[in-house]
Design a binder for this molecule. Structure first.
Ligand code: NAD
Length: 318
């Protein structure tokens, strides 16, 4: 029997990086977790702090302040480094500075001899996943952005709040940009297996109406603005969402998750990374699932992809 040691390198130990690290540790997802950051003392302090709690984690884990040489034998590198949104700022406005940071980090990761899966969290995540893929030279399937994982779980919570049904029994996806142009797939949403549109048509206990959908869409789209206005950043939701993607890859789950994946003709889109329900396993993206979405939803997805392409072109031509 071959026992492989699970090893993750995490680049960026700010609020989001530590949200990810805390979730990964608490869920026993890895045997080794190397924390890398230009702020070396911070990475060292965070590693020591987490190690103090390992006794209470479900499994042993070695957390330490690492450097890029630690990426060499890691199954996965998770990148959360970069500048975060300030109140009122959009994710797309971060692209200039964060694409430069992403390129330097990915260069260093690849120079180590890394040959695993790259998971990108930094914003604007769809554009930066493309930049990371381009810079890494890795196959498209092995570079994955967290995409609309967080937005989709926010959508499930909103539907749960409205209907009173456990969010685990709700399947619902946001696709496209992790940002202002994102598109909900109402036609594919199900609650306990029953399509959301049937709940609305049947007037099930009067719990959810067609008019509610626009409010739900806005609440999901603007959730980060709401949180940033109050606590200056978001970290716990994205930490848990990232851990979900990490688990699907390390445990070869073939889970369907709305990650940022490369399009090769699916839904009529090409040469772009954006959020879409995707089968995720040890090879990263196994494949994008093509759903029978409505023309309106498809138009929303295309509009979102066109906006991302424009931003991507602005940093590729620089
Ligand atoms: P933060 O400022 O708290 O932390 C950023 C960290 O990156 C810092 O520790 C900094 O030292 C490090 N860093 C900067 N340049 C670096 C470099 N060249 N090499 C190594 N480390 C470097 O920011 P945050 O709140 O943790 O946010 C991080 C990123 O995550 C932002 O881009 C933010 O928008 C994004 N984010 C993404 C999602 C999502 O759903 N994908 C959700 C929330 C936040």
């Amino acid at each position: 029997m071959t026992v492989t040691k699970r090893k993750i390198a995490l680049v960026g130990v700010g609020s989001v990086g530590m949200g990810c690290a805390y979730s990964i540790l608490n869920q026993g997802l890895t045997d080794e977790l190397a924390l890398i950051d230009v702020a070396g003392d911070k990475a060292d302090g965070e590693a020591r702090d987490l190690m103090d709690g390992v006794t209470f984690a479900p499994e042993n884990c070695k957390v330490y302040h690492g450097d890029y040489s630690d990426c060499k034998d890691a199954q996965m590198v998770v990148i959360t480094a970069g500048v975060a949104q300030k109140p009122g700022q959009t994710r797309l406005e971060l692209v200039g500075v964060n694409s430069k940071i992403m390129r330097t980090i990915v260069k260093d990761v690849m120079a180590s001899g890394f040959d695993g899966n790259l998971v990108i969290v930094s914003n604007p995540v769809d554009v930066l996943t493309y930049v990371a893929w381009e810079e890494s030279g890795l196959p498209k399937n092995r570079v994955i952005g967290t995409g609309t994982s967080l937005d989709s779980t926010r959508l499930r919570m909103q539907l749960s709040n409205k209907t009173g049904v456990d969010p685990h029994d709700i399947s619902a996806y946001i696709v496209g940009e992790h940002g202002d142009s994102e598109q909900p797939l109402w036609s594919q949403a199900t609650i306990g297996g029953k399509p959301l549109m049937d709940w609305i048509a049947d007037g099930d206990e009067g719990v959810i109406k067609k008019e509610d959908l626009e409010d739900i869409r806005k609440n999901v789209r603007d959730a980060a603005y709401y949180i940033i206005d109050r606590k200056k950043m978001t970290n716990w939701g994205i930490g848990l969402s990232t851990a979900r993607v990490v688990r699907a890859i390390l445990e070869d789950e073939h889970a369907i998750l709305p990650v940022s994946a490369y399009f090769n003709g699916e839904y009529g889109l090409n040469d772009i990374f954006t959020g879409i329900p995707t089968i995720v396993g040890e090879n990263g993206v196994e494949r994008i699932v093509e759903m029978h979405i409505t023309d309106e939803e498809k138009a929303g997805l295309h509009k979102s992809a066109a906006e991302l392409k424009e931003v991507l072109d602005s940093v590729r031509n620089n």
